[in-house]
Design a protein around this ligand. Structure first.
Ligand code: HPA
Length: 274
């Protein structure tokens, strides 16, 4: 098998051969959060399955599976319309591969979006949350294994996993657009089952506001690569252990879809300030 570094370069070379634009910002759109993709102008869309070494989502219907390069808010962006997840059986290296390709193509900033469950009663369903920090409980890490110094350092610093200046810019944008925005700490679990009441209680007790099955591996790979990350989650279900109701995956997706337009306005607004 070719080395990770060479596979990244091969993917990047292929994408460059299809789209001349040089992206400065990468964007990952989570489940049901694809509305933003339609706003990208002068776009080139490349299905993931055409790109050498790219992982392809097994979640048909939920994730479109296109890489889109184009213009948004005066920036050249590279956006993923849907991601692959660890619970689908992909390795951490595969889950984070697209982020590393974005970096190889020139993206220095990364905007990650996701759906999440909330253990914090102050962050009810539909809340839009700026992620300030995370707790990785996935039991795995994309940086395990031999470290290639060309991708980043062996022991990357994690004191600022989500760029503070970007959080401030997002909050200013939200205020200007009159969009309610909260802050929260995200715990990442492998999934695919949602949490038991005892697990939600545990996650709250250790300091997490939200829980999700994505975002954190991509953040780790991006920080390792020296990218500045902005993380935004939409609360799609409430994990309140003393009144836990059965989760309905259709409701989770429909809440994400409903908030997708608001999230788009927020991302478009903050892009102009990054
Ligand atoms: N738990 C884990 N991941 C999630 C949830 C949840 O409650 N909601 C959306 N993604």
């Amino acid at each position: 098998m070719t080395q990770l570094y060479d596979r990244i370069r091969e993917s990047a070379r292929f994408i460059r051969s299809r789209a001349a634009a040089r992206p400065s910002v990468g964007i990952v759109l989570g489940s049901g959060l694809g509305a933003l993709a339609g706003k990208i102008a002068r776009r080139t869309a490349i299905p993931y399955d055409r790109i050498p070494h790219f992982p392809v989502s097994t979640l048909r219907g939920l994730h479109a599976g296109n890489l889109i390069i184009g213009e948004l808010s005066g920036r050249t962006v590279i956006a993923m319309e849907g991601r692959v997840h660890y619970y689908e059986g992909y390795s951490m290296e595969e889950v984070t591969f697209p982020v590393r390709v974005m970096k190889a193509l020139g993206a220095k900033s990364l905007i990650l979006t996701s759906a999440a469950g909330s253990m914090n009663p102050d962050l009810p369903k539909g809340s839009i949350v700026a992620i300030t920090d995370h707790i990785n409980l996935m039991g795995d890490n994309p940086l395990i294994g031999p470290n290639d110094e060309r991708l980043g350092p062996r022991f990357p610093d994690m004191s600022e996993p989500y760029h503070r200046r970007y959080i401030g810019l997002l909050e200013k944008t939200a205020l200007d657009l009159k969009i309610p925005l909260r802050r929260g700490i995200l715990a990442a679990v492998a999934g695919p089952n949602l949490e038991t009441a005892a697990e939600y209680r545990f996650l709250r007790a250790i300091g997490a506001d939200l829980v999700g099955m994505s975002m954190v591996p991509e953040d780790i790979a991006a920080v390792h690569a020296g990218m500045k990350v902005l993380g935004i989650s939409i609360v799609t279900d409430e994990g309140l252990p003393d009144c836990l109701e059965p989760a309905d995956i259709r409701e989770i997706v429909s809440i994400a879809r409903r908030q997708s337009a608001v999230l788009s306005r927020l991302v478009i607004g903050v892009l102009g300030r990054i």
